[in-house]
Design a binder for this molecule. Sequence first.
Ligand code: PLP
Ligand code: MN
Length: 365
Amino acid sequence: MLEGTRGQALGEIDTPALILDIAAAERNIRAMADRLIHGAVRLRPHVKTHKCPLLAHKQMAAGAIGMTAAKLGEAEVMIHAGIPEVLVSTPIVGRTKIDRLLALSRHGIVLTVVDDAGAARAISDAAARVGLKIPALVDLDVGQRRTGVLPGEPALALAQQVATMPGLVLVGLQGYEGHLQHVQVRDERELHWRASMKKLTDTADLVRGAGLPLDIVSTGGTGTSTFAVEATGITEIQPGSYVVMDDHYGTVQGVGFEQALFVLTTVVSRTRTTDVIVDAGMKALSNDSGPPRVRGIEGARYTFAGDEHGRIELDGEGSDVRVGDKVLLVPSHCDTTINLHDHYHVVEDDRLVEVWPIEARGHIR
Ligand code: PLP
Ligand code: MN
C-alpha cells in the first residue's frame, strides 16, 4: 500500500495521516441504530461527514433506510457505489446540476429538496421532458436562517405548487435545525429543539390538512438525535458527525458517541524548550472550529503555525517530546477536516488494517 503497510504500528504510519479508529466508528454506527430501534423514527445518515461509501454501507447494514448527501456530487459517489437511495439536502439550482440529477435518477432513487417555486419548476420541466418524476421535499427554515421556506402558509403554498408540477412528486418536508446541534447544555438544546420541531410538525399537519400526503418529515443531526428518537411527527433523522465525532461535539452535553477520528502528526522541529513543531497545519486540519486537541500529553496545546505546520506548546510531562515523535490530534470539526484528506488510515488495536479512499472528498458541486 502506497499509504502504508498493513499491520504497521500506529506510530510507524507516515504523517500527516487521517486516522480512523474503526472499532469506535462501528460502535457509534451501532449505537445510533440502537437508539432508533424501538421507535417510528428512521435513520438516513448524512454522508457529508465521512464521504466514504464503505462507511455508508456499514450504516445501511445497521439499518439505515438510505443516505443523505449535501451535494449532488456526494450523491453520485454513493449511488454509483451501490447505495440505493439518497436525499440531497441542499436545493439543486441551475441547468448543469439538473442534467446531472436526471442522469443520476436513472441509477438510483434521488430525493431533492426545494424552497423556491421557480427552481422547482425548472427541475420539473426538465424531468417531464424526459419522462421522469423526481421525488421532492419542501425545505423548511425551522430557525437556522439558511435554506428553507418559512413555516406555515409559505410552505403550504410551495407544497401546493410542487404537487401540480408534472416532473416532481411531493413526498415530504425537510426542516434541519443546524443552529441547535452544538447548544452545549442539554436541557437548553432540548427546549429550543422542541420549538423548532413544532414549526416542522405543525407545517406538516397544515400541508396534510390541505389534502397533500407527506410520507417523509426529515430533520435532525448528531446533537439533537437523542431527542428525535422519541419524537412524534418526524419520520427520519439525518445525523452525520456521530460516526466519527470531533472535539467541538465532544463539548456538547449528552451527545454520547466516541471519538473515532484523529490526525497523526510528527514532531519535525524542537529548537525551543517550550514548544515543538509538528507536520500538520491548515492543510491537514480545518480551523473553522478552532485548533485540534492534543491527545496524551498533559497540558499540551496546539496552535496553527501555517499551512504545513502546527506548534504544540508544552508544559510539565511534555518536556521530553523529541523530534521524530508521533502525536495524535483530535480534529475540532470532522466534516471540514475529512474533506482535506484522500484516505482514511483505518486502525484497529493501534495497527493499520486498511487504507480507505475518501471517495467524495472535494465533491462540493
Ligand atoms: N442535515 C443537514 C442538512 C446538515 O447540513 C447536516 C450537517 O451540517 C446534518 C444533517 C448532520 O448534522 P451533524 O453532522 O451535526 O450530525
Ligand atoms: Mn459539521
